[in-house]
Design a protein around this ligand. Structure first.
Ligand code: XMP
Length: 609
């Protein structure tokens, strides 16, 4: 069955993914396209939505993209930057300035089917620097914006349309929930103007994907690595249904980077799911630790883990006599986009599903990826439809490289690169932060993301007491204004550290055991306080930083809210839980301090490496 589908052009940030998820919720397939994709990549769509952009301006080299899309005879709707591009392309004018940020009211001045069923004044969300000041001859203004609750014109051309050309633009972001009826507006475009039939349902996805898998695998068999995470588990169940458990060889590798007791729990769960027929297990922790020995640089560690996975499964495949099988992976849609998929971005982090050897196998048609079209929330929906237990479907995501990206390693050399620039800028923020707070740059780095690019930069530690909102405000000021900083953590140990010492530390079993212990304490605390399912993830990170000579490791907690894992905000843990964690974690032998990560993504990524 072919579906009617919408192309969403990704002008950066996470807007395009949000738009795509909103379209998919209407049971219409949406696919992401890059701005410089060739025009052929836009064939077969019933409509196009141009996303906004976090950094682009409708001026200069940023507005170079495949403009041949405007020659296509299908409807196009633009949001924010996309709206400005449409206005400009058809003879309108865009200027720098006229910034609006936050809630606004949209006052509809001409009735239009884009706003069918909506009121004359609608709450919308604005976030723009440039503004449309004139529209071309084919266009009409559908509405203007005002400050919330007022009626004076703040901005003309908040929504524009040309029904003759079938081109439309919204200055506001219809895809965010702060635009109260944004989903209705998107539905009016997708189902109404583009005439898409809502055929993309989970039931049909299951049927179509099973047929696709059977087609690709023929009468062969498939080999799948199962980590126990949601994605590989759902993939296993789907493949098992499509091929039968006897044609699905599962391998769970204990890479030594798993959580405490995780491997046994995974094996039990897979057996309970009826997938025990060809379930294999190997403890390869020695291989992984050997490959990681002495490595400290995050990308080198990720590569070593990815390569070792491949080596171990090649060895095991030979041992199990399944080397001819196709390789299956639980790769999901964002994974294919975050690494290298986005032409505008360099590699933020190498995804272990996309290391070069795997890429070669993909190119040779030897890899089956039944979830590659789905977002996480859709994988979870699929899991529930396939009968997985609620807690298996809703467990926190756990990265493929496991604790390997949460256990920072160091040569012991202090990394003070750029401190001469950081320290004066930090002093300025500190002066405005209030007397009770001290800010310290830490002499090591972690991975983050700024303007879609990898940022390997220093964290700042805030010490002292203040209320949560104030801490977030100070943290935000630090990572937004101080160059070379991509994270802020709050020292839960109290006073600012007098001495800081980075210690030489590599990936050892002892350090991993300590991290496992700390992680188990944190996970147990989240469950006991009934907030495990309220948050997206809570990595516990260990850094070989000695504070005041108390121990060797600094423990950092990273509880976050997120929708798709592509952006995130810090989650406020209850005070009672923080108190318990402080007591339990600081009591662990080898732990010198405890801190809480206050960083949004961007500029910090969820994982520290
Ligand atoms: P970051 O750290 O990039 O993480 O903000 C976004 C989400 O992806 C998970 N993550 C990974 N998952 N393999 C995975 O399967 C990986 O290499 C990987 N790196 C990060 C991370 O836990 C978060 O949910």
């Amino acid at each position: 069955m072919t579906h009617d589908k919408i192309a969403v052009v990704d002008f950066g940030g996470q807007y395009a993914h949000l738009i795509a998820t909103k379209v998919r919720r209407l049971h219409v397939l949406a696919e992401i396209r890059q701005p410089d994709d060739p025009i052929e990549a836009f064939a077969g769509f019933k409509g196009i939505i141009l996303s906004g952009s976090p950094s682009l301006s409708a001026f200069g080299e940023d507005d170079v993209y495949t403009k041949a899309i405007y020659d296509l005879d299908i409807p196009i709707l633009g949001f924010c930057f996309g709206h400005q591009e449409i206005a400009k392309h058809y003879g309108g004018a865009v200027v720098h300035g006229g910034r609006e940020w936050g809630y606004a009211d949209l006052h509809l001045t001409s009735p239009h089917r884009l706003f069918d069923g909506l009121a004359a004044v609608e709450q919308v969300w604005m976030s723009h620097y440039d503004s449309v000041t004139a529209i071309g001859p084919d266009f009409v203004e559908l509405g203007y914006s005002s400050l919330p609750g007022e009626s004076a014109v703040q901005h003309r051309y908040a929504a524009i349309a040309s029904d003759a050309l079938r081109r439309y633009g919204f200055q506001f972001h219809a895809e965010v929930d702060d635009t109260l009826h944004g989903s209705e507006m998107i539905a009016n475009f997708v189902l109404g103007i583009c005439g898409c039939r809502p055929s993309w349902t989970m039931e049909q996805f299951i049927a179509a994907e099973m047929a696709k898998v059977r087609d690709q695998v023929g009468d062969g068999s498939v080999f799948l690595l199962v980590s126990g995470g949601v994605d590989s588990t759902v993939a296993a169940v789907l493949l098992g249904k499509a091929l039968g458990p006897e044609r699905l060889s599962l391998l769970h590798i204990d890479n030594g980077l798993m959580r405490r007791g995780e491997s046994q729990a995974v094996l039990t769960m897979l057996r309970e799911l009826g997938l025990g027929a060809q379930l294999n297990f190997v403890d390869a922790s020695d291989d992984f630790l050997a490959a990681l020995a002495g490595l400290t640089e995050p990308e080198a560690k990720r590569r070593a883990i990815g390569d070792t996975f491949v080596r171990v499964f090649e060895r095991e495949a030979l041992r199990l006599g399944i080397a001819e099988h196709l390789l299956a992976q639980g790769t999901i849609y964002p994974d294919t986009i975050e690494t290298g998929g986005t032409k505008r971005a360099d590699t933020i982090k190498t995804h272990h599903n996309r290391v070069p050897i795997i890429q070669e196998m993909i190119d040779a048609g030897k890899v089956v990826e039944p979830l590659a079209e789905l977002y996480k929330v859709e994988v979870r929906e699929l899991g529930e439809k396939l009968g997985l237990r609620h807690d298996a479907v809703w467990r926190h995501p756990f990265p493929g490289p496991g604790l390997g990206v949460r256990l920072l390693c160091s040569t012991g050399r202090e990394d003070r690169e750029g401190f001469h620039e950081v320290e004066p800028a930090l002093a300025v923020v500190a002066a405005g932060a209030g007397a009770g707070l001290r800010l310290t740059v830490l002499p090591f780095r972690s991975v983050g993301v700024k303007a879609d690019l990898r940022a390997y930069e220093h964290p700042v530690m805030i010490s002292g007491d203040s209320d949560w909102e104030d801490l977030l405000r100070v943290a935000g000021t630090v990572y937004k204004t101080v160059p070379g900083i991509n994270r802020c953590i709050w020292n839960l140990g109290g006073a600012a550290p007098e001495t800081l010492r980075v210690l030489a530390a590599t990936m050892t079993r002892e350090r991993l055991d300590l991290l496992r212990e700390a992680d188990a304490i944190v996970m147990d605390g989240l469950r006991r306080h009934g907030i495990y399912h309220e948050i997206w993830q809570c990595p516990t990170v260990l850094v070989p930083l000695e504070i005041d000579g108390r121990g060797r490791e600094l423990v950092i907690l990273r509880p976050i809210n997120s929708e798709r894992g592509m952006t995130a905000t810090p989650y406020r843990l209850p005070d009672a839980l923080l108190g318990e964690l402080r007591e339990a974690l600081l009591a662990l032998e080898g732990v010198s301090g405890l801190a809480l990560d206050l960083t949004t993504k961007p500029p910090g990524t969820i994982e520290w490496e």
